[in-house]
Design a protein around this ligand. Sequence first.
Ligand code: HSE
Length: 433
Amino acid sequence: MMRTRPLKVALLGCGVVGSEVARIMTTHAADLAARIGAPVELAGVAVRRPDRVREGIDPALVTTDATALVKRGDIDVVVEVIGGIEPARSLITTAFEYGASVVSANKALLAQDGAALHAAAEDHDADLYYEAAVAGAIPLIRPLRESLAGDKVNRVLGIVNGTTNFILDKMDSTGAGYQEALDEATALGYAEADPTADVEGFDAAAKAAILAGIAFHTRVRLDDVHREGMTEVTAADFAAAKRIGCTIKLLAICERAADGGSVTARVHPAMIPLTHPLASVRGAYNAVFVESDAAGQLMFYGPGAGGSPTASAVLGDLVAVCRNRLNGATGPGESAYAALPVSPMGDVVTRYHISLDVADKPGVLAQVATVFAEHGVSIDTVRQQGRQEGDGEASLVVVTHRASDAALGGTVEALRKLDTVRGVASIMRVEGE
Ligand code: HSE
């Protein structure tokens, strides 16, 4: 039975994503109504610049007073696509107080204040859904939270930032340096004028916090995520990666420790074997590889940004939240019952590829190997390459077995103190094996 009284939606933000949400709500109105069991009506659109022409949106719905819109009292669902911490946080909290559920695409806010916002939603018997906050159109939050609710997730390994994947893919396929590839990403509109949030890994770290929290039923905040950007990756790193059958990706990695007693979350560039499914994720696409006890390995792949793909995820949430509302129910809220400690980066165990510039003379290899041994880091392969004929220097490339980040850090510190080690050219983790 179709209810005739519509569910009222307030849209906060009408930029690239918001305008697509409004467009799809209009063009797919009949299908959305049939799927929900009641029509959905756009009751108001809060914007910063009211004079801008917004095709397909009744100007009478447009307001600059977002607070008044969420306080109207007749709004069923607030869709927040403004981004950033404030005023989004206050508006969402107010929306709950005034009886609305919320659909948000705001990764930064969820990564920072997810627990408080979930608590506010629960206090008011409302829903807080945010599929669009992580990897755009790709269904991830709901599969982790609902489809895998009976399984035990051990690892989430993802490419969750399209801009950096575009840049790294360009460097890989053309031999370009970082700046050249970034310039192309900017010219094509993938990178923002200020690319810091993407290239320094902040965007991916927020997404890692959200994914880790859901995957491990544990509160993981942005501050818990170890973060390294990808601005230092060079064409030489790609050449080195190729020599060991790898490419380089900026990865978000959320892991349960081997003993199950703690978790880690981190974002950094890493070498990954060309045989791993994530290695073939090209251009600005995103993909997330999930490993769980019963399901084994799963991969979720698709467009991680853009107006229409992100709106697809928002609309999916909108339908779910509206259905819950009609049923007088709420969907799953925060699940943090496991409350596992989040370990520091030093506890992470992985493999490393280290390039050293060393003196090319007897005993140097033995000296270097001794430093690794003294720190309990086992060497898998060593390759030495003479450089210019007769300059007395060589490049030494060491790939280790699995070791803790703390042990590797100690090793590198000691290597730097050796007279025969002229420099540590690069250190990169090797993942996905
Ligand atoms: N800037 C992000 C990216 C999209 O490049 O993937 C929004 O999170």
